[in-house]
Structures are given as structure tokens and as C-alpha cells.
Design a protein around this ligand. Structure first.
Ligand code: ADP
Length: 407
């Protein structure tokens, strides 16, 4: 691919919103992007003329996209490792590389490696049948326990909280590799993001609190309210260490549980920009998308510092409103400080179609504003989310509703 500024070209595999937001950063840096998308109209394909539509599981297709690109990076972790090794051997640097991506692709590999590194994780074991699950439960506090597919899960799909082995019968019958984990009684979920370049430079973002509903990230507060500074530093160091030990290049997201007694346990790893980092688009000096690009191109990283005391991100999920643009006049008129990011996706119930960011000094106010905007886009405005309604649930940063899921 030609670049008037002589930039190397970047191939991005996967056409979702993460690729779209990487492209946004690539535009500013004038880095040409060749995209491999699942369809002609998917989120990232809409904004990139250099798009190939095809299957990321097909090596010939990947080769075609990588041609002329020095670096290949990803919007998801599902590209077969053998294809990545082939591309690497042919002179296209896959970043992150297959040896690192394995730990984001397979939860058993991830647990084994983190355990070997002495990284605190929930108690876990591979399981393949009801007797094994019963043994795992008996070794701990009994049921309920969590059962997870080792591969292919996302947004809580592939994660089950089971009350007894019978409840997992269907999962065992499917014959897919599984692990069991203790059901962690967490106080809240945190996330630590690091960007790492092949030269070994690392930048860590402030540790955030994320709230999941039905396995989907709903809200993020940066930084995590009330987090003990020592715990926060520990979590940042952990992300740095995992990134270095696993040789991750690009963004590494470490999803964490903070337990009731103040311990930090690793839930899982993602090796790409992550939903818990979307706040950085407006709330940090360098967004996770720009730092992902800088990292994979081995450029000096940008400052991850927060611009304001607080930033709140709320995801917009598909709801009642079919035409999201119709929500713009109200949302924009009501709150000129609010930043809207839509992904160009058609509305389907529960589907992530965008997010809003807002930053400032007053966390209660920011939460109310971001929730209001998301609710307006979703067409579900009611008393709970209308900040003008005095009966709304009060939002105290220390008492922030820590509803958890796990189903
Ligand atoms: P996914 O790959 O779908 O993101 P995760 O492993 O992150 O799956 O699990 C999804 C959600 O399920 C987590 O965000 C958390 O809320 C809950 N969860 C996962 N593992 C556990 C666990 N061991 N104990 C308690 N809750 C869990």
C-alpha cells in the first residue's frame, strides 16, 4: 500500500468496532490500513476503502490482506495460530504474535501460565465430566461453581454458574474443553490496561472499575473509585509484568476481580483494545487505540495519563430506538460536554452499538449524564436514569451499584 508519508502499512484482521476505532487513530497518524472484514458493511469496513471481505480462517485470504503490510494486528483473537506463524515467516510481523495470543485464545492455557508465574487467579481446574466437577466443588466450598469453555467465549457466552453437576450435563455433552473455577465473591470488577511495544516500552493506564450486566460491559469509571493506591499500583505492575512475560505487543487488558477482603485476582486477558479502555478516547492523553497502533508499529508510546479527575464510559446497547441518529438532537442539546461514539451498527436488542464518554470532577454528575445519554439512545428512559428526577437512585461513588453477573 502506498503512503505519501512513507509510513509502513498496517493490516487489521476483523471489521468490528475495535478495528473501526483503530482506523480512527490510523487516520490521524496517516498510517494506511488494509482491513480484512467479515462483510462489506461491517463497522470498520464502512470507514476504510482498502477493505477485503473474506474469512480470517483462510490463509490465502490473510496473505492477500497482509501483502504490502509490514505489520498485522487484530480486532479479535480468533485467527488460527498456524496462519499467524506462516505470515510471520513470510515477513509480516503479527502483533501480538501467536505465542502471546494463545493466552487470550485459550482460558486453560492462560490459567496454567498465570499460575506458573505466581499470578493470583481464582482456584481452577480442567474438567471433562460430572464426577470431575463434583471433585472440584468438594475440594473447595462446594457448589455453585463456574464452568467455562476454554475457547470461543465472549461477553459471558461460554460461562455458566452451576448449582450441581447435573446443571452442566448439556455443557459436558457438547464435548468441548472446559475448565471449572471457584465462584469468586467479588466486590467489583477492575481492569488494568497496558500498551507494550516490541522494544519493550510499556505504558499503563489508570486502573478502572467496570460494571457488567449479563456478561456485557455496561459502565466504566476511570479511575476505580476508592481503590487503595497500593492495590492500584499492584494491578498496574501486574499488567506490566504479564505483558512482558507473555511478550504481548499492543494493548493488553487484564480483567480483574477485587474480592471482598481486598485481594486482586485475574479473571482473563485480552490482547487488543478493550471495552474497559474506551474511556481513554476522551479521558486520557493518548487513547488505547492510538497506543495500540504506536505499539504495534514500535513507535514511542503516548502518555496514558487521565485528562480529568474522573471519566465515565457507558455503553449503548441496542434497544427500542431503531434510528440512533434520532437521539442526537436531544443528547447533544442537553449535554454539550458529552462525547458520543457510535459504531455504524444496526440496532439489535442487547448488541453494543456505541458508547458515550464524559469527564470532569463530579463523579455523581458524570454518571448521571452518561447514563442518561445511553438510556436516551436505548429508548428506556425512566425514573432510575433521569437525573432530573429527585427519586432517582442516588449515585455515591463508594456505594456504586456493584451488581454482578456471571451467568
Ligand atoms: P468472557 O470470555 O465471556 O468475557 P469471562 O471469563 O470474562 O468470559 O466471564 C464473564 C463474566 O462472568 C465476568 O466478567 C464475571 O462477571 C463473571 N465471572 C467469570 N468468572 C467468574 C468467577 N470465577 N467467579 C465469579 N464470576 C465470574
Amino acid at each position: 500500500m502506498q503512503s505519501p508519508i512513507d509510513s509502513p502499512a498496517l493490516a487489521i484482521v476483523g471489521g468490528g468496532q475495535l478495528a473501526r476505532m483503530m482506523e480512527q487513530a490510523a487516520v490521524s497518524l496517516a498510517v494506511p490500513v488494509h482491513l480484512l472484514a467479515e462483510g462489506p458493511d461491517v463497522s470498520a469496513a464502512q470507514v476504510n476503502p482498502a477493505t477485503t471481505v473474506g474469512d480470517y480462517r483462510d490463509l490465502a485470504t490473510l496473505r492477500g490482506v497482509a501483502e504490502g503490510c509490514a505489520v498485522v494486528t487484530f480486532d479479535h483473537e480468533h485467527v488460527p495460530p498456524e496462519h499467524l506463524r506462516a505470515l510471520d515467516a513470510e515477513g509480516h510481523a503479527c502483533r501480538p504474535g501467536p505465542h502471546a495470543l494463545l493466552f487470550a485464545q485459550d482460558k486453560r492455557e492462560m490459567r496454567e501460565r498465570l499460575t506458573a508465574l505466581g499470578v493470583p487467579c481464582p482456584r481452577w481446574a480442567p474438567v471433562s465430566d460430572a464426577a470431575g466437577l463434583d471433585r472440584f466443588a468438594a475440594d473447595g466450598d462446594g457448589y455453585p461453581v463456574v464452568v467455562k469453555t476454554t475457547r470461543g467465549g465472549y461477553d459471558g457466552k461460554g460461562v455458566w454458574v452451576v448449582e450441581d453437576a447435573g446443571a452442566a450435563a448439556e455443557v459436558f455433552a457438547a464435548g468441548v474443553p472446559l475448565i471449572a473455577e471457584e465462584l469468586v465473591d467479588f466486590r467489583r470488577e477492575l481492569s488494568a490496561l497496558a500498551a507494550r511495544s516490541p522494544s519493550g516500552q510499556v505504558a499503563t493506564y489508570p486502573v478502572v472499575e467496570s460494571k457488567q450486566e449479563n456478561g456485557i460491559c455496561r459502565e466504566v469509571i476511570a479511575p476505580a473509585p476508592g481503590l487503595d493506591p497500593e492495590r492500584a499500583a499492584e494491578a498496574e505492575m501486574l499488567a506490566m509484568r504479564v505483558a512482558a512475560e507473555l511478550d504481548v505487543v499492543g494493548i493488553l487488558a487484564v480483567e480483574l476481580f477485587e474480592t471482598a477482603d481486598g485481594r486482586i485476582l485475574v479473571n482473563e486477558l485480552a490482547m487488543r483494545p478493550h471495552n474497559t479502555g474506551h474511556w481513554t478516547m476522551d479521558g486520557a492523553e493518548t487513547s488505547q487505540f492510538e497506543n495500540h497502533l504506536r505499539a504495534v508499529l514500535d513507535l514511542p508510546l503516548g502518555s496514558p495519563r487521565a485528562r480529568a479527575r474522573w471519566t465515565v464510559m457507558v455503553n449503548i446497547l441496542g434497544g427500542e430506538v431503531g434510528h440512533l441518529y434520532d437521539a442526537y438532537p436531544h443528547v447533544m442539546a442537553r449535554d454539550p460536554g458529552l462525547k458520543v461514539h457510535l459504531y455504524g451498527k444496526a440496532v439489535k436488542p442487547g448488541r453494543k452499538v456505541g458508547h458515550v464518554n464524559v469527564y470532569g470532577d463530579d463523579l455523581d454528575d458524570l454518571l448521571a449524564r452518561a447514563r442518561h445519554a445511553a438510556a436516551w439512545f436505548e429508548g428506556r428512559l425512566d425514573d432510575d436514569v433521569d437525573p432530573d428526577d429527585e427519586d432517582r437512585d442516588d449515585v455515591d461513588p463508594d456505594e456504586w451499584d456493584r451488581g454482578s453477573t456471571g451467568e
